[in-house]
Design a protein. Structure first.
Ligand code: BTN
Length: 255
């Protein structure tokens, strides 16, 4: 999916004091064609976008960034990229906190501390009509300084759990760049099974009852792991194992 040599060196960063959304900017840039990976990052966003059409509160202090990457084509391998990004953000937190914080992962790629959401990840993709080049944009918001109120979710920030750790967004992005390129290299070289193995060691969903909502459809069951494509499997009350490919996952209660 990626050129391995594009993952070898740090990706350049375009920093903005304020922008509508780094992911919206990535989409605009992608229309002109993408030749090499680039980060867009902003101190604040005026129209931050979350998953499923939600707003992402984007005041100064946290990290708001989007990596725009040329890819070979749109493929189901995006599920592996999605898991790799969650692992990369978790790696970043472990590195920044020098091992004092070990976050858990919630499918597909929420990074959590004691069940509260520390970051959000928004994947978008497309193809430039001008250059015919396929692209992937990886939008990442990380609560460094403050935890915004999000309906239905507990949120947390690095500063709240480790008050002695003050991480400027620029520092966080340098570490994140290395962690993300590392995890995408792992995925490219060793494939989905290697990423799934690491993801399963890092998830905090084991033994939990999950509810997945997509549109009008709600499926509830005990977390049963991931299938070989990286999709989440739930063991429902009828004994049926159901595969969840998309949607919002809520952790209902401990078993
Ligand atoms: C989520 O809903 O969990 C995903 C949130 C993704 C937010 C990031 S912040 C940087 C990038 N720009 C955006 O407008 N959104 C993503």
């Amino acid at each position: 999916m990626f050129q391995l040599n594009a993952l070898a060196n740090a990706w350049p960063v375009e920093w903005y004091d304020e922008i509508d959304s780094t992911s919206a900017l990535a989409g605009r840039r992608a229309a002109d064609g993408v030749h090499a990976p680039v980060w867009f990052a902003a101190k604040a966003q005026t129209a931050g976008r979350g998953r499923l059409g939600r707003k992402w509160i984007s005041e100064t202090g946290n990290l708001y960034t989007t990596a725009l990457i040329p890819i070979d084509g749109l493929s189901p391998a995006v599920a592996g990229v999605s898991l790799s990004i969650g692992l990369a953000v978790r790696d970043m937190v472990i590195e920044l906190s020098q091992g004092r914080l070990i976050p858990g992962l919630k499918w597909p790629n929420d990074v959590r501390i004691d069940g509260a959401k520390l970051s959000g990840i928004l994947l978008e993709s497309g193809r430039s009509s001008q250059t015919k080049q396929f692209w992937l944009s990886i939008g990442i918001g990380i609560n460094l300084a403050f935890a915004p109120d999000i309906p239905d979710y507990a949120t947390v920030s690095l500063a709240k759990v480790l008050p002695d750790l003050s991480v400027p967004p620029e520092t966080a992005l340098v570490v994140l760049d290395g962690c993300l390129r590392g995890r995408l290299t792992q995925f490219s070289k060793f494939g989905m099974s290697s990423v799934i193995d690491d993801w399963m060691k890092a998830t905090d969903q084991i033994g939990l009852i999950c509810r997945s909502k997509l549109g009008d459809q709600t499926i509830q069951g005990e977390f049963h792991g991931l299938d070989e494509h990286g999709q989440m499997c739930l063991n429902t009350s009828t004994g049926e194992v159901v595969t969840i490919t998309a949607g919002d996952v809520e952790l209902v209660k401990e078993r």
